[in-house]
Write a protein that binds this ligand. Structure first.
Ligand SMILES: NC(=O)c1ccc[n+]([C@@H]2O[C@H](COP(=O)([O-])OP(=O)(O)OC[C@H]3O[C@@H](n4cnc5c(N)ncnc54)[C@H](OP(=O)(O)O)[C@@H]3O)[C@@H](O)[C@H]2O)c1
Length: 248
């Protein structure tokens, strides 16, 4: 190895939307890997509350809306006091969509863009400012979606936000000049509250065109997130697709 400074593994990771689905799986996995984890969602589920009760020194949770910037700022300050400076961020919180573009209301468009694009950009700015201000390095992982790269009916605004985060991933990686590693993970469809709107015909179609023959599982995504936060790699500004080659 050369003397070039490297970005150390994250030790305190903030996960947005860590209350259920993929976010909860990421929180659980990072805890098992020895990381301190802070997680928020609008509602703290019993599963997330239980993790916090089991690991009071390593988990901090809160009921926070990612679109409420002052509440997010207050939560980040709490996390720093309880667990230490945040050196890893997973932008996972998002809302889905189940409406043709022509039938999507202006209010719904605004809610999807605010939750899935504006809010993670603001949270990222907040965390990056604090990391750089304290002279620290860190890692950011944006959970995006295969929908940013392939078309799916009923997901126009959602896909636009995920494509926006993929683009932001690349530009932020360049802007930060290696002080932070910034990457995205783009899963294929997996079973969760968000994807429950898909009918069995759509799910069967996705499985049929997936060479590995099954829907992606959260358990198949979390090792990639962990690797980007914890392993020593030179991966930066990338979008890593985890979908069994369904989109290839
Ligand atoms: N499911 C799929 O097929 C699929 C495929 C590709 C990518 N993804 C991406 O994977 C990530 C996780 O999705 P998932 O399927 O696990 O979804 P999910 O089960 O619906 O979980 C979404 C999480 O985000 C939180 N959240 C939503 N709006 C929020 C807000 N305004 N403020 C704070 N937290 C908020 C939810 O909690 P509250 O509702 O309590 O706030 C929940 O914790 C998302 O970024 C999604 O776009 C999903």
């Amino acid at each position: 190895m050369s003397d070039t400074p490297v970005v150390p593994p994250s030790t305190v990771v903030l996960v947005s939307g860590g209350s259920r689905g993929l976010g909860l799986a990421i929180v659980t996995d990072l805890l098992a890997a020895g990381t301190k984890v802070a997680a928020f969602a609008r509602t703290v589920t019993p599963e997330l509350a239980q993790l916090a009760a089991e690991h009071p020194d390593r988990v901090h949770v809160g009921a926070v809306d990612v679109t409420d910037l002052p509440a997010v700022q207050a939560f980040v300050r709490e996390v720093e006091q309880r667990l230490g400076p945040v050196d890893g961020l997973v932008n996972n919180a998002a809302v889905g969509q189940d409406s043709m573009h022509t039938h999507t209301s202006t209010a719904d468009l605004a809610r999807i863009v605010e939750t899935n694009l504006t809010a993670p950009l603001q949270l990222t700015r907040l965390v990056v400012r604090r990391m750089l201000g304290q002279g620290r390095r860190g890692r950011i992982v944006n959970v995006t979606s295969i929908c940013a790269q392939r078309g799916f009916p009923g997901l126009v605004a959602y896909s636009a936000t995920k494509g926006g985060m993929d683009a932001a991933t690349r530009s932020l990686a360049r802007e930060l000049g290696g002080r932070l590693l910034v990457n995205a993970v783009a899963p294929g469809f997996f079973a969760s509250e968000m994807s429950a709107v898909l009918g069995s015909t759509q799910l069967d179609q996705i499985v049929r065109r997936t060479p590995t023959g099954h829907l992606t599982e959260p358990a198949e995504v979390v090792p990639v997130v962990r690797m980007l936060l914890r392993e020593q790699t030179n991966i930066n500004g990338q979008v890593i697709v985890v979908d069994g080659a369904a989109s290839v």
